[in-house]
Design a protein around this ligand. Structure first.
Ligand code: NAP
Ligand code: G4F
Length: 340
């Protein structure tokens, strides 16, 4: 029986990765940050909480990372733990650097004298405002625009160095945005689907959003964890972009999700005065400059050609399908008074 260790098992990708590996017959160990309140809602929603061997650790603490790997004795490590919210990285740059950047080094050091294969969660944010390539590939130059992106560039670079210097089987997935009903509520897609469900139920006012012009190459998280797993199974470790090759704007995502709840949608005003209304002039969403980023990445759009050629991976789930899953899940949670 193969043993897998997932750091960040309580997060969106960690939960889907755990479900995927359990389905493949792995013994799954979850590295979990101790918290004063229970943070296992995603694992409970997937009904897999009891099947995972949980080990408390903190990725900013090198000793606890070592103990985690010693206890789990994994064949494969999926390093998904991070402070993953770009917005918060501007207000907590030191912590983000420790968890997202140095944390990866802590896990690599903990794995160095084992034979475990290693997956590092790299990010399309590393490309930042890529001035040269309109479509980003594994060869595109990094141009980080946030403390989060800078920390991910460090983690990505040190992972590559450990692969070359110590011959470790380390692969980095340069993942573009991927979403699901298990997405954290601070990220814009879930903020929108959750906010719409509350508004439709009369439990909140209009959704306040930042830059509606930003474009992201959004995909579906369960498709992406399959790609991560395939990287780890490959004979040769390497770095791969995972994405969908489509990049709608936040405004387009908002319109699409709002159509499930409201009719006759129209935008009025411009810039900080822009609002979305429905047919009877109910205000659905409005721009609030407090959600602008100090340094914005305006567009991210990738190519998954290498992953398709070498790993046979392509995104399987159409955006319409997963947006509907998010809308329906949030509608049900609001109806049942579930606050996740
Ligand atoms: P997420 O939902 O925010 O999950 C992050 C996980 O990291 C959570 O389990 C969190 O634990 C854990 N964590 C945070 N700080 C920790 C610490 N100090 N010690 C131990 N664990 C800690 O993120 P995600 O969307 O699943 O993303 C997974 C990984 O992929 C992250 O590294 C992210 O940066 C990267 N990534 C994500 C995307 C995307 O679109 N989702 C795209 C590219 C890259 P708590 O539950 O206790 O908070
Ligand atoms: O949903 P977001 O916060 O995701 P972001 O910043 O693209 O980061 C996510 O994807 C990265 C991969 O590219 C991951 F590495 C990272 O861990 C995370 O999962 O914001 C998406 C876009 C941004 O341009 C943001 O400015 O939406 C824009 N936006 C507009 N209004 C908003 C809002 N974002 C948030 N979170 N909240 C808003 O009100």
């Amino acid at each position: 029986m193969k043993r897998a260790l997932i750091t960040g098992v309580t997060g969106q990708d960690g939960a889907y990765m755990a479900r995927l590996l359990l389905g493949k017959g792995y013994k799954v160990f979850g590295g979990r940050r101790r918290s004063s309140s229970a943070n296992g809602w995603r694992l409970r929603e997937l009904q897999i909480e009891d099947e995972i061997y949980m080990i408390d650790f903190d990725i900013t603490d090198p000793d606890s990372c070592k103990r985690l790997v010693e206890q789990a004795q994994p064949n494969e490590i999926y390093n998904l733990a991070a402070q993953s919210f770009v917005g918060a990285s501007f207000t907590q740059p030191y912590y983000t650097t420790q968890a997202t950047g140095l944390g990866a080094l802590n896990m690599l050091e903990a794995a160095r004298n084992t034979r475990a294969r290693f997956y590092q969660a790299s990010s399309s944010e590393m490309f930042g405002g890529s001035e040269h390539d309109t479509v980003q590939t594994e060869l595109t130059r990094f141009n980080p625009k946030s403390p989060y992106a800078t920390a991910k560039v460090f983690a990505h670079s040190i992972a590559k160095i450990y692969r070359e210097a110590y011959g470790m089987h380390i692969s980095c997935g340069i993942c573009f945005n991927h979403e699901s009903p298990l997405r954290g509520r601070e990220f814009v897609t879930r903020k929108i689907t959750h906010g719409l469900a509350l508004l439709a139920a009369g439990k909140s006012g209009p959704i306040k959003l930042g830059n509606l012009d930003a474009r992201r190459d959004w995909g579906y998280a369960p498709d992406f964890v399959e790609g991560m797993w395939r990287m780890v199974q490959a004979d040769r470790p390497d770095d791969y972009v995972l994405c969908t090759e489509n990049a709608p704007s936040v405004r387009e995502f908002l319109t699409h999700a709002a159509e499930y709840h409201f009719e006759g949608l129209r935008f009025e005003g411009e810039g900080v005065h822009e609002c979305l209304f429905n047919h009877d002039d109910k205000r659905i969403a409005e721009v609030d400059p407090q959600f602008y980023r100090p340094n914005e990445v305006s567009t991210l759009q990738g190519s998954y050609a290498l992953a398709e050629r070498r790993l046979g991976w392509r995104p399987e789930t159409h955006m319409q399908t997963w947006v509907e899953l998010m809308v329906v899940a949030d509608r049900l949670r609001v109806e049942r008074g579930i606050d996740n």
